[in-house]
Design a protein around this ligand. Structure first.
Ligand SMILES: Cc1cc2nc3c(=O)[nH]c(=O)nc-3n(C[C@H](O)[C@H](O)[C@H](O)COP(=O)(O)OP(=O)(O)OC[C@H]3O[C@@H](n4cnc5c(N)ncnc54)[C@H](O)[C@@H]3O)c2cc1C
Length: 488
């Protein structure tokens, strides 16, 4: 195989770095001046950017959601939808979303835009850690999430408004070691009864002919989307559900960081007081949808047993061939360190803009772990990103062409890759957080998981409000639950 200008087979080294004991400080608040991302900073793309950032603050809420990324907004969507479905008109629940910066300006507004479910990846490792049933559920969760989002978008005829593209996704395999690991996952998943009928294996020659790169690949169905536009749509649905049924009222305050949460006095009507620079908010329930930043308010989640802020980097670069040559397929490569796809061609242009993320392997041995500053980019990662596509697809990208945009975003890594979903539980004081919930720690792979995990926490909160027992959905991996994470 051709020599590529990047570090190969370093996933195991990253895992070792992630698991290394570190006396980590809690995550900081999101920095106020992030790099500009294509998704957020394209003019007109973020109509809710400053929503509720001025004027009176909602001082009282049944449920306060911290974070306006895909998790926080999906939770608001599910809460409003479930309340409207239940049709309980005796009481309207007041829900408030609090966002430190502009609307959806965290990982969701700065990511790679891939909305692709896992079909078999990591099956061997996940089964070894948590058993085959949970490995099956990890795949079921992703397949379900993607199909629910696609259904929502397609039924409303919003495909082109949200830039939803069903281009499929190929994974280019650069080394024999990687090929062996991927084949082992595929065989194990197949043996466990996972439906792998949509998985296609392409030889190096087939990939060369179809895509212009000389590496074997494995291809699965997959989508890409404009993540911020999806989240804006979900927010509008949540807002309307409340307005139309009077079962919920949704408020959003951007540029309102929560700096502290304290217990209210026993005589107060609400359990928690949330402090912000604009005043305090009393709430009965709190949902931490803060992903990489979770340990700022929940310090027991700092360090390798919790959620490790990890900086990712993206460039938007112009291809030098047309869409018909490039195809609309998304790709990943190099054990997932790199991921890219061509955007729909803008009017007046002939070559697509390609969104390419990765380059973190060239920052080893640290891999940008514990870096929570998205106001800057890493020059080493940037250099790898600039050289990657011309090297993999000779003739399809101009060498030394400068990207049109470059930005960073902060992912929330956990050592098993699983998010924490459920009531907040501190091992030192299990009862200290009654009424607080979390769905965070998506480890750079949130688009096919967050929407459903948010649904699970929304169900938990509503069950608690109604004094009912929550029934765990079959598709939710048991190891995602906070109650099963206390020994880590
Ligand atoms: C560079 C990059 C590329 C990625 N590429 C992909 C991809 O292609 N496909 C994929 O599936 N996943 C990808 N991911 C991961 C995916 O974006 C995340 O898993 C997902 O967006 C997490 O959503 P979230 O809502 O949980 O977190 P976020 O979107 O980060 O939202 C959390 C929000 O909480 C706010 N916040 C934090 N603390 C506070 C506080 N104290 N008070 C108020 N607000 C607060 C933040 O400002 C932020 O807006 C990528 C991530 C990055 C960074």
């Amino acid at each position: 195989m051709a020599t590529l200008p990047l570090f190969l087979n370093v996933l195991a080294e990253q895992q070792a770095a992630l698991e290394r004991p570190v006396d980590a400080a809690p995550a900081p608040l999101p920095v106020p001046n992030p790099t500009k991302s294509f998704w957020i900073d394209t003019p007109g793309a973020n109509p809710l950017a400053k929503e509720g950032s001025e004027g009176p603050l909602t001082a009282d809420a049944d449920i306060a959601i911290i974070g306006s990324g895909i998790t926080g907004v999906s939770a608001a969507y599910h809460l409003s939808r479930l309340l409207a479905q239940a049709g309980n008109t005796e009481r309207s629940l007041k829900i408030v979303i609090l966002e430190a910066r502009d609307f959806c300006s965290g990982a969701t507004g700065r990511n790679g835009g891939h909305l692709t479910a896992n079909f078999f990846a990591e099956f061997v490792a996940y089964s070894a850690l948590f058993g085959v049933d949970d490995a099956r559920r990890a795949i079921a969760l992703e397949q379900r999430t993607v199909s629910e989002i696609i259904k929502l978008v397609e039924e409303a005829g919003k495909n082109s408004e949200l830039d939803l593209v069903a281009g499929g996704r190929g994974h280019l395999m650069f080394t024999e070691l990687e090929i062996a690991a991927i084949k082992a996952d595929y065989e194990a998943a197949k043996a466990a009864g996972i439906d792998v009928s949509k998985v296609e294996w392409l030889t190096k020659e087939q990939v060369e002919k179809e895509y212009g790169a000389s590496y074997p690949a494995v291809r699965t169905p997959g989508y890409n989307i404009w993540p911020l536009k999806l989240v804006t749509y979900l927010y509008n649905l949540a807002k309307e559900a409340g307005v139309n049924s009077s079962t919920s009222a949704l408020h959003l305050h951007t540029n309102t960081p929560v700096t502290n949460i304290s217990e209210a006095s026993s005589s107060a009507p609400r359990r928690w007081n949330l402090t912000t620079p604009r005043g305090s908010i009393a709430a009965s329930y709190v949902l931490h949808a803060t992903n990489a930043y979770a340990s700022h308010l929940l310090p027991h989640l700092r360090g390798p047993s919790g959620i490790v802020p990890t900086r990712g980097q993206i460039i938007a670069t112009r291809a030098s061939v047309s869409e018909s040559v490039l195809t609309r397929s998304a790709f990943t490569g190099n054990e997932g360190f790199e991921y890219w796809f061509p955007r729909p061609v803008e009017p007046g242009k002939t070559e697509p803009l390609v969104i390419l993320g990765g380059g973190r392997e060239s920052t080893k041995p640290d891999f940008e772990l514990y870096v929570a500053d998205d106001s800057a980019v890493n020059p080493k990662a940037g250099d790898t990103l600039r050289r990657f596509l011309p090297a993999v697809f000779p003739g399809r990208y101009e060498e030394n062409r400068e990207p049109e945009m470059e930005w960073s975003g902060i992912m929330g890594y956990t050592k098993t890759g699983d998010p924490f979903v459920g009531p907040v539980i501190s091992p030192a004081n299990p009862d200290a957080y009654k009424g607080q919930y979390i769905s965070a720690g998506f480890t750079g792979h949130g688009m096919p998981r967050t929407f459903s995990c948010a649904e699970a926490v929304a169900q938990m909160i509503l069950a608690d409000i109604e004094g009912k027992e929550w029934t765990i959905p079959e598709w939710l991996p048991r190891h995602h639950l906070t109650e099963n994470r206390l020994q880590e």
